[in-house]
Design a protein around this ligand. Sequence first.
Ligand code: SAM
Length: 268
Amino acid sequence: MANFFVDLYCEFPTLVRKPMWRIWHKLLLLFDKDRTVNFMNYGYHSLNGEKPLDLKKEDETNRYCIQLYDHVVNRVSLENKKVVEVGSGRGGGAHYISRYYKPESYTGIDISTGVIKFCNNLYNVPGLSFKHGKAEKIPVENKSCDAVVNVESARCYSDIELFFREVKRILKNDGHFLFADMIEPTEVHNIRTKLINCGFRILKETEITKNVAKGLELDSLRRESLIKKKIPVGLKQAFGAFAAVKGTTRFDSFSNGKYQYWSFVLAH
Ligand SMILES: C[S@@+](CC[C@H](N)C(=O)[O-])C[C@H]1O[C@@H](n2cnc3c(N)ncnc32)[C@H](O)[C@@H]1O
C-alpha cells in the first residue's frame, strides 16, 4: 500500500496531491524532535573515481544528499550572487550552499508554512532565509536573481511549464537555472522541450540515474536507522517507501529503468 502510494501520488488529482506535502511535513515536524532530518532527496555518489567532496565533520552524516546538491550547483559560480531555491524542503541544501558557496543571499521557498518556520528557526547563516510560496507563483520580483535552484521537487507540480516560466521571469538576463529531478524515461524529451519552449538554453544536461542509485544504496542504512528511531510503528512502512530504503519499489526504480534522474544547467 505504502509503495503504491509513493509510486503513484503524482498521478493523483491535484485535490488529493496538494495537501500531501503539508501533511508530510507536519508529520516530520512531529517525529523529528531533535531536528536532524534536513534533506529529503535521494542523494548522489560520484562513480568516476573523483576525489570525494571535502566536507566539514558536521556535514558528513548528510554526505549523499549534499553531494546531489553539489552536483547540481557546482558548474556555475554562486559567490556574491542572489540565489533562490524553489522546493527547499527542510533546508539542508540551502544551508550547505550558503556556507560553502557564499552567495550574497539565498532564499529558500516551499509550499509548506510549517517547514518554512522550521528552517527560519533552525539555520543561522548571514543572507540565508526562507519564505512561504508556490512554484507556480514564486514570490520574487521580476529579473531579480542570478540563479534558481530546484532539486527533486518539480516532478509533481500542478503545472511544470508554469513553474519554468516563473523561473524565467525572476531570473536576470545572465542568470542560471540549476535543476534536477527524477523523470520517467518517456518524459525526458517532453521536459527538455518545455524548458526550450520557455526560453531556456541548455548548457549541460546529465543523466545521473546510476549516481543516484549508488547514493541511495550507500545511504540506506542511515535512512533505515532514522526511521527505526523516530517513526511510530504504524507509519514506518510509509516513511521507508518515501525514503526509498532498500527493498522498496522506489529504491528499485532507479536500477530497473522505471525512472531516470537528470540534472540540467540552463541559461536564461
Ligand atoms: C522531495 S522534497 C525535496 C526537498 C529538498 N529540495 C531536498 O532535496 O531536500 C520536495 C519539496 O518540494 C516542496 N513542494 C512540493 N510542491 C511544491 C510547490 N508547488 N511549490 C513549492 N514547493 C513545493 C515540498 O513541500 C517538499 O519540501
